[in-house]
Ligand binder design. Structure first.
Ligand SMILES: [Zn+2]
Length: 104
């Protein structure tokens, strides 16, 4: 992961241990997937507990990298305040064009 955004200069890890809090987002995503699986596989399709747990485990193994990434994304969206003029405060100003003008 880069240390800062190339467009606006926002640090991707504002403080040490910043992403430990993303574990709560991961937990919420996992519980949501579990509840959806329970409703569909357990109640609607009436699978046995062994089949249910096996399918759930396979899903989690496949989705694990995506869940970790999106938990971090959700966490930084919640934690970092949006600054609409941040791109113009960044020294590199990579995205400067006619479509990107400062907002007053
Ligand atoms: Zn940015």
């Amino acid at each position: 992961m880069p240390e800062e955004c190339s467009c606006c200069g926002q640090k991707t890890e504002p403080e040490p241990g910043f992403y430990y809090k993303a574990m709560y987002c991961t937990y919420i995503i996992w519980v949501t997937i579990f509840v959806m699986n329970f409703l569909v596989l357990g109640l609607w399709l009436d699978l046995s507990p062994f089949s249910f747990i096996s399918l759930y485990t396979i899903q989690l193994i496949i989705l694990l990298p995506f869940i970790f990434r999106y938990a971090r994304v959700i966490h930084i969206y919640i934690s970092v305040k949006y600054d609409k003029n941040a791109i113009y405060k960044h020294p590199n100003k990579v995205m400067r064009s006619s479509t990107h003008k400062p907002i007053d």
